[in-house]
Design a protein around this ligand. Structure first.
Ligand code: PEP
Ligand code: MG
Length: 894
């Protein structure tokens, strides 16, 4: 017989924390807490295997599950001294989902299950509080009808509003038991009218309906979207947790809350949380009432008028604080916990590893390593490299003028400007179709907004606290968010918001600062981040672990300086064509391209050489002796051609030819397939004087800097798009010739290396032969991906989306290296190259050089360095350390 159900409570449990795959995160941690002697309401977990079974068997359950559930329910009944379905003193339960990975807000929760027309009377008598009993019943009807029966919640909200209007009151708390009875009656009528059958009274029907709804919600659209965004496989399934209800809404000695063992925004080692007196759990997360702070410290920080839990329930607070310490020490990580206090008795409803901002993640990891709770290696493994991005992004320029519009809670750090939109769908339309940056403004967000939240630069809500849906999700995404900005009134219908007498409409630009909670009118300039403190400390630790070097792709002095600041150990790719677009130079470039013979080209090239030489001098100076790999001209020539009549006239004048000649030459350079056309070293083969000019500029600059600064300057000259050894040989011969000339002219020589990019499958396969001439290889995995897949890097976006949706490829191969195909070519080329030339230096300079999982692969196949854009250098350093620790996520394609 399979075990489908695991019980917990009463100081013991059948499960453990390491059984997440089977019990889901919530179930496994409830079991662990029970085993630790922490008070959790008794309950049981139906395993994820049941979910898998359910979907594999036409949405049916295993035969023996009912028996196991009823046995587990009996154990709860024993512990609680109440019976499920008893009318006099009913045991009520909650039913919640719990997947392996936490999926906040994605799945549905049902509270107070087990109430019906008779047991509500029993609950009223037993609790001595009919108001509480009927309030609980109406909550149950509303939640169950919405989640299980599919009756939209707005029906119930309308009824509640009209009852309140009739009574002339504003707050739910002002309603009496009789009012709630009326609400219940109307709710039930509404359900009957909507469904043609009454609200279920049989508690077993209620229970199995709820279990089915949890499993059903695993396949709802928002869960599917969340899984897609977080790369969670559908096959994992969810568990279902059924647990005795405890009530935070039985009076003023009751409360419910959410807390973190350390501050999830800053990482400060301070207890942090929010709670609501006389409320049920969902009230906190839904952001319907503004919660109170847990601690006095938190209250002071938030300038809150409301008393903290530390002040109003000091004894329970102490108990909760002790549990905080116990859980953090046990899990050795920051925990996010949910609790309920029923008549002064504390119950823990959940603990899990808390989501945190990257800033907090760094502080917590560094602090915990210093506290001796974890090792430095653990600390390195705890930081998601991709999330470092959050820290590397600009914040508002403190000196920039700004016009404050409103102030809310600093829910997720970072500053962002954009045009405001008022719905998640609009956000997607504005971003995808209109190519605009947007700030999504909502009263509050809910899980169905996830797609729109993802594309937005920032999120602004007018309701809810730091643990509201918007805040939690935005922090997870690394998107700036200001939450609970109560001064703003949103009018969805008019697509407007009003604040302090001002009307701001859809499409108007605002700026939000998720670090301070401020909202500004218009766009406010930003400044670069500071990279000191915990960041610098972690980066120091990282550098002692990693073996892969990290270089940057940079060509301008600004980029090179940024790269140095972020810790780049050289330039892995200087794309020289990027140096030609400057308005001063483009004219000479065009003149060169449009020249009809070598002599004409040489005249134009002579105008370019001073610019090129200065560019390289600047780079060599900034890089202070670190390696600099310079790639000779790569792109199809037509990319530089004039487009407008004005430009054509200008070039004709400069070159001393007529406009028609320019037009004809323009047309003759047109290619149907420029990506596979006259580019890369093919340009050097057909117009050797271009590469000669570039080589001369490099050598003259190297001699100049070396002589002036006394530093070793060893340029690495790289030939693009090589497919045959002969191509490289020809180019190398002409580079060597220029070098000899320059060194003779200057009576000064520098060392240099000539290598090649490996970005064509043919080059990868013939790497053994190419390595006879090449002194280093740099994998151009952008082109290598393009040519291996036979998919244009410029045109594949739209159909790749479909490919991903159909599960053909898990990832965009241009963002994450295809280890199976492209990776295999990288591996082959490395092996063959090193067989010819032992110790051949291998690097990667495609986009993949900054992608964490691709970096793991680079480590595995023995590359010497990765090269990525300057902002990704810290990400690459951390990824490289994790790769060295064998901590790679390792992914590939199907
Ligand atoms: C590449 O192809 O991976 C590469 C780095 O070169 P580019 O992107 O300039 O073609
Ligand atoms: Mg390339």
């Amino acid at each position: 017989m399979s075990k489908w159900v695991y019980g917990f409570g009463g100081g013991r449990a059948e499960g453990r924390a390491d059984m997440k795959n089977l019990l889901g995160g919530k179930g496994a941690n409830l079991a662990e807490m029970a085993n630790l002697g922490i008070p959790v309401p008794p309950g049981f977990t139906i395993t994820t295997e049941v979910c898998t079974y359910y979907y594999e068997n036409g949405e049916t359950y295993p035969a023996d599950i009912k028996e196991q559930v009823s046995e587990a329910m009996s154990r709860i009944e024993e512990i609680m001294g109440k019976t499920f379905g008893d009318n006099a003193d009913p045991l009520l339960v909650s039913v919640r989902s719990g997947a392996r990975a936490s999926m906040p807000g994605m799945m549905d929760t049902i509270l107070n299950l087990g109430l019906n027309d008779l047991s509500v009377e029993g609950l009223a008598k037993k609790s001595g509080d009919p108001r509480f009993a009927y309030d609980s019943y109406r909550r149950f009807i509303q939640m169950y009808s919405d989640v299980v029966l599919g009756v939209d919640h707005h029906h119930f909200e309308e009824i509640l509003e009209s009852v309140k209007d009739d009574r002339g009151i504003k707050l739910d708390t002002e309603l009496t038991a009789d009012d709630w009875k009326k609400v219940v009656a109307q709710y039930k009528e509404k359900v009957k009218a909507q469904l043609g059958k009454p609200f279920p009274q049989n508690v077993q029907d209620q229970l199995w309906g709820a279990v089915g709804a949890v499993f059903g919600s695993w396949m709802n659209q928002r869960a599917i979207t969340y899984r897609r965004l977080h790369e969670i496989p559908a096959s994992w399934g969810t568990a279902v947790n059924v647990q005795a209800m405890v009530f935070g809404n039985m009076g003023d000695d009751c409360c419910t809350g959410v807390c973190f063992t350390r501050d999830p925004s800053t990482g400060e080692n301070a207890f942090y949380g929010e709670f609501l007196v006389n409320a049920q759990g969902e009230d906190v997360v839904a952001g319907i009432r503004t919660p109170q702070q847990l601690t006095l410290h938190g209250r002071e920080l938030q300038h809150s008028d409301l008393p903290s839990m530390e002040e109003v329930m000091p004894d329970v607070f102490k108990e909760l604080n002790a549990i905080r310490h116990k859980l953090e020490a046990h899990y050795r990580d920051m925990q996010d916990m949910e609790f309920t206090v029923q008549q002064k008795r504390l119950w823990m409803l959940q603990t899990r590893t808390g989501k945190r901002t990257t800033k907090a993640a760094l502080k917590i990891a560094v602090d915990m390593a210093r506290e001796g709770l974890i090792t430095r290696k653990d600390a390195i493994g705890r930081i998601d490299p991709a999330a470092l991005d959050q820290l590397l992004h600009p914040t508002l320029d403190p000196k920039a003028p700004r016009q404050l519009l409103a102030r809310g809670l600093p829910a997720s750090p970072g500053a962002a400007s954009g045009r405001i939109v008022f719905s998640a769908d609009e956000a997607e339309v504005w971003v995808k179709d209109k190519k605009e940056k947007v700030i999504l403004v909502r009263i509050e967000t809910s899980p169905e907004d996830i797609g729109g939240m993802h594309v937005s630069e920032g999120i602004l809500t007018t309701r809810g606290g730091m643990t509201s849906h918007a805040a939690v999700v935005a922090r997870g995404m690394g998107t700036p968010c200001v939450a609970g900005c109560g001064e703003i009134r949103v009018d969805y219908a008019a697509k407007q918001m009003k604040v302090a007498g001002k009307v701001v409409s859809e499409g108007d630009v605002i700026t939000i600062d998720g670090g301070t909670g401020e909202v500004f009118m218009g766009s406010v300039p930003t400044v670069q981040p500071e990279l000191t403190g915990d960041f610098a400390t972690l980066m120091e630790w990282v550098d002692t672990i990693r073996t892969l070097k990290v270089r940057a792709n940079a060509e301008t002095p600004t980029d090179a300086a940024t790269a140095r600041k972020f810790g780049a150990e050289g330039i892995g790719l200087c794309r020289t064509e990027h140096m030609f677009f400057d308005p001063q130079r483009i004219l000479a470039v065009r003149e060169m391209i449009l020249a009809s013979d070598e002599a004409g080209r040489k005249v134009a090239l002579a105008k370019l050489i001073p610019f090129q030489r200065q560019d390289f001098i600047d780079l060599f100076l900034i890089m202070q002796g670190l390696p600099v790999t310079i790639r000779l001209l790569d792109p199809p020539l037509h990319e530089f051609l004039p487009h407008t009549e004005v430009e054509i006239a200008e070039i004709a004048k400069a070159a001393g030819v007529d406009v028609d000649t320019v037009k004809q030459r323009n047309a003759s350079l047109h290619e149907s397939n420029p990506m596979l056309g006259h580019r890369g070293c093919r340009l050097g083969i057909t117009y050797p004087e271009i590469y000669e000019m570039q080589a001369r500029a490099i050598f003259e600059a190297a001699v100049h800097v070396s002589r002036d600064t006394g530093r070793t300057v060893t340029p690495e000259i790289m030939i693009p798009l090589v497919g045959a050894k002969k191509e490289l040989d020809l180019m190398k011969a002409s580079i060597d010739k220029v070098a000899a000339e320059v060194f003779a002219e200057q009576s000064y020589a520098v060392k240099y290396h000539v290598g090649t990019m490996i970005e064509l499958p043919r080059a990868a396969l013939l790497a053994g032969e190419i390595a006879e001439s090449a002194e280093f290889f740099s994998f151009g995995t952008n082109d290598l991906t393009q040519t291996t897949f036979g998919m244009s890097r410029d045109d594949s976006g739209p159909f790749l989306e479909v490919y991903r949706a159909k599960g053909i490829y898990d990832h965009d191969p241009f963002a994450q290296l295809d280890q199976q195909g492209v990776g295999e070519l990288v591996k082959i080329a490395g092996e063959r190259g090193r067989a010819t030339r032992p110790g051949l230096k291998l690097g990667i300079c495609g986009e993949h050089g900054g992608d964490p999982s691709s970096i793991g692969f680079c480590q595995k196949v023995g590359l010497d360095y990765v090269s990525c854009s300057p902002y990704r250098v810290p990400i690459a350093r951390l990824s490289a350390a994790q790769a060295a620790l064998g901590d790679t996520k390792g992914s590939g394609m199907h």
